[in-house]
Design a binder for this molecule. Structure first.
Ligand code: KG4
Ligand code: ZN
Length: 356
Protein backbone atom coordinates (compact mmCIF):
# COMPACT_ATOMS: atom_id res chain seq x y z
CA UNK A 1 0.00 0.00 0.00
CA UNK A 2 1.19 3.52 -0.68
CA UNK A 3 -1.09 5.42 1.66
CA UNK A 4 1.61 7.90 2.53
CA UNK A 5 2.42 8.92 -1.06
CA UNK A 6 1.42 12.36 -2.23
CA UNK A 7 0.00 12.73 -5.70
CA UNK A 8 -0.95 15.51 -8.08
CA UNK A 9 -3.59 15.63 -10.80
CA UNK A 10 -2.15 17.67 -13.67
CA UNK A 11 -3.79 19.39 -16.63
CA UNK A 12 -2.03 20.45 -19.85
CA UNK A 13 -3.84 22.48 -22.54
CA UNK A 14 -1.17 24.93 -23.75
CA UNK A 15 -1.33 24.11 -27.45
CA UNK A 16 -3.04 21.32 -29.35
CA UNK A 17 -2.97 18.39 -26.93
CA UNK A 18 -5.48 18.11 -24.09
CA UNK A 19 -3.91 15.94 -21.43
CA UNK A 20 -4.48 14.89 -17.83
CA UNK A 21 -2.18 12.82 -15.61
CA UNK A 22 -1.87 11.60 -12.06
CA UNK A 23 1.73 11.51 -10.85
CA UNK A 24 2.95 10.48 -7.42
CA UNK A 25 5.88 11.75 -5.42
CA UNK A 26 8.11 8.89 -6.58
CA UNK A 27 7.85 10.23 -10.14
CA UNK A 28 5.59 7.35 -11.17
CA UNK A 29 2.95 8.24 -13.73
CA UNK A 30 -0.10 6.43 -12.39
CA UNK A 31 -2.11 7.44 -15.42
CA UNK A 32 -1.69 9.64 -18.48
CA UNK A 33 -4.58 10.36 -20.85
CA UNK A 34 -4.46 12.55 -23.90
CA UNK A 35 -6.70 13.83 -26.66
CA UNK A 36 -4.65 14.82 -29.64
CA UNK A 37 -6.12 17.45 -32.01
CA UNK A 38 -4.01 16.74 -35.12
CA UNK A 39 -7.03 15.75 -37.20
CA UNK A 40 -8.75 19.09 -36.43
CA UNK A 41 -5.80 21.21 -37.55
CA UNK A 42 -4.29 19.20 -40.38
CA UNK A 43 -6.32 20.78 -43.20
CA UNK A 44 -5.03 24.18 -42.09
CA UNK A 45 -1.38 23.03 -41.97
CA UNK A 46 -0.97 24.39 -38.43
CA UNK A 47 -2.74 24.93 -35.12
CA UNK A 48 -5.85 27.15 -35.31
CA UNK A 49 -6.07 28.76 -31.84
CA UNK A 50 -9.87 28.97 -31.67
CA UNK A 51 -10.33 25.39 -32.79
CA UNK A 52 -7.76 24.32 -30.18
CA UNK A 53 -9.57 26.13 -27.33
CA UNK A 54 -12.93 24.69 -28.30
CA UNK A 55 -11.58 21.16 -28.41
CA UNK A 56 -9.86 21.60 -25.01
CA UNK A 57 -13.24 22.71 -23.58
CA UNK A 58 -14.90 19.59 -24.98
CA UNK A 59 -12.25 17.19 -23.70
CA UNK A 60 -10.79 18.42 -20.45
CA UNK A 61 -13.57 17.15 -18.15
CA UNK A 62 -13.95 13.73 -19.83
CA UNK A 63 -10.16 13.32 -19.60
CA UNK A 64 -10.15 14.13 -15.87
CA UNK A 65 -12.91 11.56 -15.35
CA UNK A 66 -10.99 9.00 -17.41
CA UNK A 67 -7.75 9.62 -15.47
CA UNK A 68 -9.53 8.98 -12.16
CA UNK A 69 -11.23 5.82 -13.45
CA UNK A 70 -8.05 4.43 -15.05
CA UNK A 71 -5.94 5.01 -11.95
CA UNK A 72 -8.64 3.89 -9.54
CA UNK A 73 -7.98 7.03 -7.48
CA UNK A 74 -10.59 9.15 -5.77
CA UNK A 75 -10.40 12.89 -5.13
CA UNK A 76 -9.48 12.21 -1.50
CA UNK A 77 -6.21 10.66 -2.74
CA UNK A 78 -5.25 13.73 -4.82
CA UNK A 79 -3.22 16.29 -2.88
CA UNK A 80 -3.10 19.16 -5.38
CA UNK A 81 -4.15 20.31 -8.85
CA UNK A 82 -1.33 21.40 -11.18
CA UNK A 83 -1.91 23.19 -14.46
CA UNK A 84 0.15 24.68 -17.28
CA UNK A 85 -0.41 28.43 -17.06
CA UNK A 86 2.28 29.65 -19.49
CA UNK A 87 3.65 29.95 -22.20
CA UNK A 88 1.26 28.91 -24.96
CA UNK A 89 -1.92 29.89 -26.77
CA UNK A 90 -3.88 32.15 -24.44
CA UNK A 91 -7.34 30.72 -25.14
CA UNK A 92 -6.03 27.16 -24.90
CA UNK A 93 -4.25 27.82 -21.59
CA UNK A 94 -7.39 29.53 -20.28
CA UNK A 95 -9.39 26.29 -20.51
CA UNK A 96 -6.89 24.40 -18.34
CA UNK A 97 -6.44 27.23 -15.87
CA UNK A 98 -10.18 27.82 -15.33
CA UNK A 99 -10.77 24.07 -14.93
CA UNK A 100 -7.90 23.70 -12.44
CA UNK A 101 -9.04 26.73 -10.44
CA UNK A 102 -12.60 25.42 -10.24
CA UNK A 103 -11.43 21.99 -9.07
CA UNK A 104 -8.92 23.34 -6.58
CA UNK A 105 -11.31 25.74 -4.90
CA UNK A 106 -14.37 23.51 -4.93
CA UNK A 107 -12.36 20.58 -3.52
CA UNK A 108 -10.22 22.74 -1.19
CA UNK A 109 -6.93 21.58 -2.69
CA UNK A 110 -3.82 23.62 -3.47
CA UNK A 111 -3.58 25.07 -6.98
CA UNK A 112 -0.16 24.88 -8.65
CA UNK A 113 0.80 26.85 -11.78
CA UNK A 114 3.50 25.41 -14.03
CA UNK A 115 5.55 26.86 -16.88
CA UNK A 116 5.22 24.46 -19.83
CA UNK A 117 8.98 24.56 -20.54
CA UNK A 118 9.72 23.72 -16.93
CA UNK A 119 7.40 20.77 -17.48
CA UNK A 120 9.51 19.57 -20.43
CA UNK A 121 12.60 19.72 -18.19
CA UNK A 122 10.80 17.61 -15.57
CA UNK A 123 9.93 14.91 -18.15
CA UNK A 124 13.41 13.49 -17.50
CA UNK A 125 12.34 12.41 -14.00
CA UNK A 126 9.29 10.37 -15.02
CA UNK A 127 8.85 6.63 -14.80
CA UNK A 128 5.89 4.63 -16.07
CA UNK A 129 3.90 2.65 -13.51
CA UNK A 130 4.36 -0.49 -15.64
CA UNK A 131 8.15 -0.18 -15.84
CA UNK A 132 8.32 0.40 -12.11
CA UNK A 133 6.23 -2.66 -11.28
CA UNK A 134 8.63 -4.75 -13.34
CA UNK A 135 11.61 -3.22 -11.53
CA UNK A 136 13.08 -2.04 -14.82
CA UNK A 137 13.78 1.41 -13.49
CA UNK A 138 16.84 2.95 -15.10
CA UNK A 139 19.25 5.26 -13.33
CA UNK A 140 17.47 8.39 -12.20
CA UNK A 141 18.09 11.89 -13.40
CA UNK A 142 19.39 14.23 -10.71
CA UNK A 143 20.51 17.86 -10.48
CA UNK A 144 22.51 19.58 -11.86
CA UNK A 145 22.21 18.74 -15.55
CA UNK A 146 22.49 20.26 -18.99
CA UNK A 147 19.22 20.30 -20.95
CA UNK A 148 18.41 20.71 -24.60
CA UNK A 149 14.70 21.49 -24.98
CA UNK A 150 13.50 21.06 -28.55
CA UNK A 151 9.83 21.54 -29.24
CA UNK A 152 7.47 23.10 -31.76
CA UNK A 153 7.73 26.50 -30.11
CA UNK A 154 11.15 26.52 -28.45
CA UNK A 155 14.74 25.43 -28.89
CA UNK A 156 16.98 26.20 -25.95
CA UNK A 157 19.90 24.95 -23.91
CA UNK A 158 19.70 25.37 -20.16
CA UNK A 159 21.88 24.69 -17.20
CA UNK A 160 19.48 23.18 -14.72
CA UNK A 161 21.09 23.88 -11.35
CA UNK A 162 18.17 22.69 -9.26
CA UNK A 163 14.38 22.66 -9.34
CA UNK A 164 13.31 26.20 -10.27
CA UNK A 165 16.82 27.32 -11.26
CA UNK A 166 17.09 27.23 -15.02
CA UNK A 167 19.80 29.25 -16.69
CA UNK A 168 19.32 29.71 -20.44
CA UNK A 169 22.73 29.58 -22.14
CA UNK A 170 21.54 29.26 -25.75
CA UNK A 171 18.34 29.58 -27.74
CA UNK A 172 16.98 29.89 -31.24
CA UNK A 173 17.13 33.38 -32.67
CA UNK A 174 14.24 32.60 -35.02
CA UNK A 175 12.28 29.38 -35.66
CA UNK A 176 12.22 26.43 -33.28
CA UNK A 177 13.54 23.07 -34.52
CA UNK A 178 10.05 21.54 -34.42
CA UNK A 179 8.68 24.47 -36.40
CA UNK A 180 11.38 23.86 -39.04
CA UNK A 181 10.33 20.20 -39.25
CA UNK A 182 6.66 21.16 -39.52
CA UNK A 183 7.21 23.78 -42.24
CA UNK A 184 9.44 21.45 -44.23
CA UNK A 185 6.95 18.60 -43.96
CA UNK A 186 4.25 20.90 -45.36
CA UNK A 187 6.56 21.91 -48.21
CA UNK A 188 7.15 18.32 -49.29
CA UNK A 189 3.47 17.46 -48.85
CA UNK A 190 3.80 15.22 -45.81
CA UNK A 191 1.06 16.86 -43.76
CA UNK A 192 0.76 18.06 -40.19
CA UNK A 193 2.32 17.79 -37.66
CA UNK A 194 5.43 17.18 -39.65
CA UNK A 195 8.23 16.10 -37.34
CA UNK A 196 7.15 12.52 -36.83
CA UNK A 197 6.26 12.18 -40.54
CA UNK A 198 9.70 13.44 -41.66
CA UNK A 199 11.27 10.99 -39.18
CA UNK A 200 9.26 8.12 -40.70
CA UNK A 201 9.93 9.13 -44.33
CA UNK A 202 13.67 9.60 -43.68
CA UNK A 203 13.96 5.95 -42.63
CA UNK A 204 12.91 4.88 -46.13
CA UNK A 205 15.48 7.01 -48.00
CA UNK A 206 17.47 5.05 -50.60
CA UNK A 207 20.44 7.41 -50.50
CA UNK A 208 21.83 10.15 -48.33
CA UNK A 209 23.74 13.42 -48.74
CA UNK A 210 22.16 14.23 -52.11
CA UNK A 211 20.77 17.56 -50.89
CA UNK A 212 22.76 19.96 -48.75
CA UNK A 213 20.85 22.07 -46.25
CA UNK A 214 22.71 24.83 -44.40
CA UNK A 215 23.32 24.75 -40.66
CA UNK A 216 22.47 28.14 -39.17
CA UNK A 217 25.25 29.99 -37.27
CA UNK A 218 27.57 27.02 -37.90
CA UNK A 219 30.66 29.18 -38.13
CA UNK A 220 29.85 31.23 -35.05
CA UNK A 221 31.67 29.37 -32.32
CA UNK A 222 31.21 32.03 -29.64
CA UNK A 223 27.49 31.45 -29.25
CA UNK A 224 25.27 28.60 -28.14
CA UNK A 225 22.35 30.08 -30.08
CA UNK A 226 20.57 28.34 -32.94
CA UNK A 227 19.02 29.55 -36.19
CA UNK A 228 16.64 27.48 -38.28
CA UNK A 229 15.15 30.08 -40.60
CA UNK A 230 17.92 29.73 -43.24
CA UNK A 231 17.33 26.01 -43.36
CA UNK A 232 13.67 26.55 -44.15
CA UNK A 233 14.39 29.24 -46.77
CA UNK A 234 16.94 27.04 -48.50
CA UNK A 235 14.35 24.27 -48.75
CA UNK A 236 11.83 26.75 -50.19
CA UNK A 237 14.39 27.90 -52.78
CA UNK A 238 15.44 24.36 -53.68
CA UNK A 239 11.88 23.21 -54.31
CA UNK A 240 10.52 26.46 -55.81
CA UNK A 241 10.20 25.20 -59.38
CA UNK A 242 9.93 21.49 -58.75
CA UNK A 243 6.76 19.84 -60.07
CA UNK A 244 4.76 17.79 -57.54
CA UNK A 245 5.75 14.44 -59.02
CA UNK A 246 9.46 15.22 -58.60
CA UNK A 247 8.94 16.18 -54.95
CA UNK A 248 6.99 12.97 -54.45
CA UNK A 249 9.77 10.90 -56.04
CA UNK A 250 12.50 12.50 -53.96
CA UNK A 251 10.50 12.98 -50.76
CA UNK A 252 12.21 10.36 -48.63
CA UNK A 253 15.73 11.50 -49.60
CA UNK A 254 14.76 15.12 -48.97
CA UNK A 255 13.33 14.19 -45.56
CA UNK A 256 16.48 12.28 -44.70
CA UNK A 257 18.88 15.08 -45.67
CA UNK A 258 16.79 17.78 -43.99
CA UNK A 259 16.58 15.74 -40.79
CA UNK A 260 20.37 15.25 -40.83
CA UNK A 261 20.85 19.02 -41.00
CA UNK A 262 18.46 19.69 -38.06
CA UNK A 263 20.02 16.94 -35.95
CA UNK A 264 23.53 18.19 -36.70
CA UNK A 265 22.54 21.79 -35.89
CA UNK A 266 21.24 20.61 -32.50
CA UNK A 267 24.19 18.33 -31.78
CA UNK A 268 26.82 20.97 -32.64
CA UNK A 269 25.49 23.22 -29.89
CA UNK A 270 24.90 20.42 -27.42
CA UNK A 271 28.48 19.15 -27.82
CA UNK A 272 29.79 22.68 -27.51
CA UNK A 273 27.70 23.39 -24.37
CA UNK A 274 28.75 20.13 -22.73
CA UNK A 275 32.43 20.86 -23.39
CA UNK A 276 32.10 24.41 -22.16
CA UNK A 277 30.20 23.55 -18.99
CA UNK A 278 32.03 20.27 -18.33
CA UNK A 279 28.82 18.68 -17.15
CA UNK A 280 28.36 14.91 -17.33
CA UNK A 281 24.58 14.66 -17.04
CA UNK A 282 22.52 15.65 -20.09
CA UNK A 283 18.79 15.69 -20.82
CA UNK A 284 17.23 16.07 -24.27
CA UNK A 285 13.52 16.80 -24.08
CA UNK A 286 10.52 18.30 -25.95
CA UNK A 287 8.62 16.98 -28.96
CA UNK A 288 11.64 16.82 -31.29
CA UNK A 289 13.49 14.60 -28.80
CA UNK A 290 11.12 11.85 -29.99
CA UNK A 291 13.08 11.97 -33.27
CA UNK A 292 14.74 8.59 -33.84
CA UNK A 293 17.83 10.00 -35.55
CA UNK A 294 18.44 12.61 -32.84
CA UNK A 295 18.07 9.90 -30.19
CA UNK A 296 20.59 7.60 -31.84
CA UNK A 297 23.19 10.30 -32.69
CA UNK A 298 22.94 11.66 -29.12
CA UNK A 299 23.24 8.15 -27.64
CA UNK A 300 26.46 7.45 -29.62
CA UNK A 301 27.90 10.80 -28.57
CA UNK A 302 27.08 10.18 -24.90
CA UNK A 303 28.55 6.70 -25.06
CA UNK A 304 31.79 7.92 -26.61
CA UNK A 305 32.25 10.45 -23.78
CA UNK A 306 30.71 8.26 -21.08
CA UNK A 307 28.07 10.87 -20.33
CA UNK A 308 24.83 10.11 -18.53
CA UNK A 309 22.23 10.85 -21.20
CA UNK A 310 18.50 11.02 -20.46
CA UNK A 311 15.89 11.20 -23.19
CA UNK A 312 12.32 10.61 -21.99
CA UNK A 313 10.11 7.86 -23.36
CA UNK A 314 8.62 9.32 -26.60
CA UNK A 315 5.19 9.71 -24.95
CA UNK A 316 6.78 12.02 -22.36
CA UNK A 317 8.72 13.97 -25.06
CA UNK A 318 5.71 15.47 -26.81
CA UNK A 319 3.22 17.56 -24.84
CA UNK A 320 1.70 15.64 -21.95
CA UNK A 321 0.34 16.32 -18.47
CA UNK A 322 2.67 13.85 -16.73
CA UNK A 323 5.61 16.25 -16.95
CA UNK A 324 3.38 18.99 -15.50
CA UNK A 325 2.46 16.56 -12.70
CA UNK A 326 6.11 16.06 -11.68
CA UNK A 327 6.74 19.81 -11.66
CA UNK A 328 3.56 19.99 -9.54
CA UNK A 329 4.95 17.46 -7.05
CA UNK A 330 8.13 19.55 -6.68
CA UNK A 331 6.07 22.69 -6.01
CA UNK A 332 3.74 20.83 -3.65
CA UNK A 333 6.74 19.79 -1.54
CA UNK A 334 7.88 23.42 -1.42
CA UNK A 335 4.42 24.89 -0.76
CA UNK A 336 4.58 27.00 -3.94
CA UNK A 337 0.88 27.52 -4.56
CA UNK A 338 -1.19 29.96 -6.61
CA UNK A 339 -4.38 31.69 -5.57
CA UNK A 340 -7.60 32.67 -7.32
CA UNK A 341 -5.82 35.49 -9.16
CA UNK A 342 -3.98 32.96 -11.36
CA UNK A 343 -4.38 33.80 -15.04
CA UNK A 344 -2.76 32.33 -18.14
CA UNK A 345 0.09 34.09 -19.91
CA UNK A 346 1.14 33.61 -23.54
CA UNK A 347 4.78 34.15 -22.53
CA UNK A 348 7.02 32.96 -19.70
CA UNK A 349 7.13 35.32 -16.72
CA UNK A 350 10.23 37.23 -15.63
CA UNK A 351 12.14 34.97 -13.28
CA UNK A 352 10.93 31.69 -14.81
CA UNK A 353 14.32 31.39 -16.53
CA UNK A 354 17.62 33.07 -15.72
CA UNK A 355 19.27 34.56 -18.82
CA UNK A 356 23.07 34.41 -18.78
O1 KG4 B 1 6.80 19.54 -27.23
P1 KG4 B 1 5.78 19.49 -28.30
O2 KG4 B 1 4.81 18.33 -28.30
O3 KG4 B 1 4.91 20.80 -28.35
C1 KG4 B 1 5.43 22.07 -28.11
O4 KG4 B 1 5.65 22.40 -26.91
O5 KG4 B 1 5.69 22.75 -29.12
O6 KG4 B 1 6.57 19.52 -29.68
C2 KG4 B 1 5.90 19.43 -30.89
C3 KG4 B 1 6.94 19.40 -32.00
C4 KG4 B 1 6.28 19.50 -33.37
O7 KG4 B 1 6.97 20.50 -34.09
C5 KG4 B 1 6.52 18.12 -33.96
O8 KG4 B 1 6.65 18.13 -35.36
C6 KG4 B 1 7.81 17.71 -33.28
O9 KG4 B 1 7.67 18.18 -31.96
N1 KG4 B 1 8.02 16.26 -33.29
C7 KG4 B 1 9.05 15.66 -33.92
C8 KG4 B 1 8.86 14.27 -33.77
N2 KG4 B 1 7.74 14.06 -33.02
C9 KG4 B 1 7.24 15.31 -32.71
N3 KG4 B 1 10.05 16.18 -34.64
C10 KG4 B 1 10.92 15.32 -35.20
N4 KG4 B 1 10.81 13.98 -35.11
C11 KG4 B 1 9.81 13.41 -34.39
N5 KG4 B 1 9.72 12.08 -34.30
ZN1 ZN C 1 5.75 21.37 -25.39
Amino acid sequence: MDLGLQRVLAIETSCDDSSVAIVNEEGIVETLVLKNQDVLHKDFGGVVPEVASRSHSDWVIPLIEEALIQSGRTWSEIDAIAVTSRPGLLGALMVGVVTAKTLAFSLSKPLIAINHLEGHLMAGFLTEAEIDRNRLRQSKLSYPFLALTVSGGHTQICLVHDFGQYQVIGKSRDDAAGEAFDKFAKLIGLGYPGGALVDKAAKKARESGKYRFPIGLAIEKETLDFSFSGLKSSAVRLLADWPQDRILKEREILAHDFQEAVVEALMIRLRQAQQQQKIQRVLITGGVSANSRLRSVAASWAESLQLELFIPHPKFCTDNAAMIGWAGIEKLKRGQFSDSSLSPSAKSLPGDFLES
